[in-house]
Design a binder for this molecule. Sequence first.
Ligand SMILES: NC(=O)c1ccc[n+]([C@@H]2O[C@H](COP(=O)([O-])OP(=O)(O)OC[C@H]3O[C@@H](n4cnc5c(N)ncnc54)[C@H](OP(=O)(O)O)[C@@H]3O)[C@@H](O)[C@H]2O)c1
Length: 340
Amino acid sequence: MKIHDSHALPVFVAAEKRYDQMQFRRCGKSGILLPMLSLGLWHNFGHTDDTTTGRRILRAAFDHGITHFDLANNYGPPFGAAEENFGRMFRKDFQPYRDELIISSKAGWDMWPGPYGNFGSRKYLIASLDQSLSRMGLDYVDIFYSHRPDPHTPLEETMGALHQIVQQGKALYVGISQYDAKLTAKAAKLLKSMGTPCLIHQPRYSMFDRWVEPALLDTLKEKGIGAIAFSPLEQGVLTNKYLKGMPKTSRAVKDGRYLTKEQITPAILNKVKSLNEIAMGRDQSLAQMAIAWLLKDERITSVLVGVSSTKQLLDNVKALDHLKFTKRELSKIETILKAD
Ligand SMILES: NC(=O)c1ccc[n+]([C@@H]2O[C@H](COP(=O)([O-])OP(=O)(O)OC[C@H]3O[C@@H](n4cnc5c(N)ncnc54)[C@H](OP(=O)(O)O)[C@@H]3O)[C@@H](O)[C@H]2O)c1
């Protein structure tokens, strides 16, 4: 395996004006404000990726007021690599800025062999966070998530583990990911009874995946829980990149683990093309419009993007310059999304 390392960059001094442009939203009913755009390290920060590019992306993000970096135990490849690489970059560049950052991690998906490295047991969550902290070289994370519901572990045990982690000082806040509305309400009630509020929910949400709309977003609002939408660009499909073929450097071609070329069907590309025309009419890139479309709902605290270059990051940051939609634009978008 080739590990590209990044010693060549000059010492990082964060831009003085880093907070001038970024807009922040309160995360539910908490004391925490999150940038409306956050950065995820699921892809592009593994041991097969160029860490100089990764380091540049993190620097540019922070320089533009993106104070929230999202990780998980198994981000890589291989599992753990994104946290290891982030730890190295953090030590080189971000140590002086630790108190300006919200760093999150998660456990819930497959991580290590045997029965204690997956799902939602107390054993797994606590051991996994200890490993994450050691990989990143941190004393604590700001947010620790149960990465997915576990149908076999009592919810009391999973939420009890999150509470215990906060009591131990290993996380300041806790959240859940991909829990449905009913389970979210139950989880929030349990956490509240223990004295550890649920800060945030991390659901998958994009123009193409709207499962949160019928119930979850109302539950979050009612319970005072923030929402951070992941895969808002459908892993790159909701951009103009696949409109002229399959770029060699794209996730569908280069990676193919979670997004394959076959998934990007002509029917999907037709919709993307029509959406792209609306975006152009708004003087936005499609990526920008897809982000703005999520943020038009104030229940969405932040949109969590991934990027493979600084250029993409800067394109996405500009989404915040134009968040309003006319009724006509919204109705045209709705027609495209609902067409067979
Ligand atoms: N809680 C969970 O279960 C869960 C699951 C998945 C993700 N997440 C979190 O959500 C984060 C984001 O997920 P994601 O990476 O799937 O998000 P995404 O923003 O939907 O997709 C990211 C990909 O879109 C492309 N892209 C981004 N900006 C672009 C632009 N301006 N123009 C053209 N292409 C652009 C890039 O693809 P190319 O690489 O092809 O250039 C990039 O790698 C993850 O890093 C992780 O933190 C959480």
